[in-house]
Ligand binder design. Structure first.
Ligand code: PEP
Length: 244
């Protein structure tokens, strides 16, 4: 049985005061007994969140990292800096970064940089509404996966996030999500048979307290990557509570 993961992507939201309140509130509400719980603050707040989550079992993720090692790369953040600040995870290939020009090859290079320092990538894939409507959803997702599957490692997590469901309030139905998660696991079985059953595949896209349980009940959905609802302690802890 795969252990569930619920990860909160705070994107570019927050302030020291807001984050202190949020983490203190989460620390008293979420249970990590059956589920890995991860939060992903903006880079400037990682150190604060590291201090506030110490001893709680809540894990820390960066929202991105550079494909380069430390050096002359103004504005970039190296994977080993994330490790230095207590991160165990890094979200890579989020659709908001892909929309800003990040390519499949860059996502693969970033994943390699992350793994080389012991960070576990949360690899995001997903199709746009136009791609779904034209019947290309599976092809788009498997093309994105193809870039990272060769070097996939035990502990890597995949997040299926249909772009049309991110921040829109429109959630994939459990059947739609399960169908794609099944395709993803079949793709892994073909290309990385030893990892296919153990790799956790998260659903992301307007996960809320109200829809989390039915999504997480699907056979190949191993938890969620949560944006908007992760900024509210009540909502995020309810989503964590819905993980089996
Ligand atoms: C996300 O940003 O990864 C996400 C899934 O956002 P939301 O939950 O707000 O749709």
């Amino acid at each position: 049985m795969r252990r569930s993961v619920v990860a909160g992507n705070w994107k570019m939201h927050g302030s020291s005061a807001m984050i202190e309140d949020l983490v203190k509130s989460l620390a008293s509400r979420v249970s990590i007994d059956t589920c890995d719980v991860i939060v992903s603050p903006p880079f400037p707040y990682l150190s604060l969140v590291q201090q506030l989550t110490a001893g709680t079992g809540i894990g820390l993720a960066g929202q991105n990292c550079s494909e380069h090692t430390q050096g002359a790369h103004t504005g970039e953040v190296a994977a080993d800096m994330l490790v230095d600040l207590g991160c165990e995870w890094v979200i890579l290939g989020h659709s908001e970064r892909r929309q800003a020009g990040e390519t499949d090859a860059q996502v693969a290079a970033k994943a390699a940089a992350a793994r080389s320092v012991g960070l576990k990538p949360i690899l995001c894939v997903g199709e746009s509404l136009a791609q779904r409507q034209s019947g290309e959803a599976v092809a788009v997702v498997t093309t994105q996966l193809a870039a990272v599957v060769k070097d996939l490692a035990a502990g890597d997590v995949i997040a299926y996030e249909p772009v049309w469901a991110i921040g829109t309030g429109e959630t994939a139905t459990p059947a739609q999500a399960q169908e794609m998660h099944g395709e993803i696991r079949a793709f892994l079985a073909q290309h990385q048979p030893a990892l296919a059953e153990q790799t956790r595949i998260l659903y992301g896209g307007s996960v809320k307290a109200e829809n989390a349980a039915e999504l997480f009940a699907a056979a190949d959905i191993d938890g969620g990557l949560v944006g908007g609802a992760s900024l509210k302690a009540d909502d995020f802890s309810a989503i964590v509570g819905a993980a089996p």
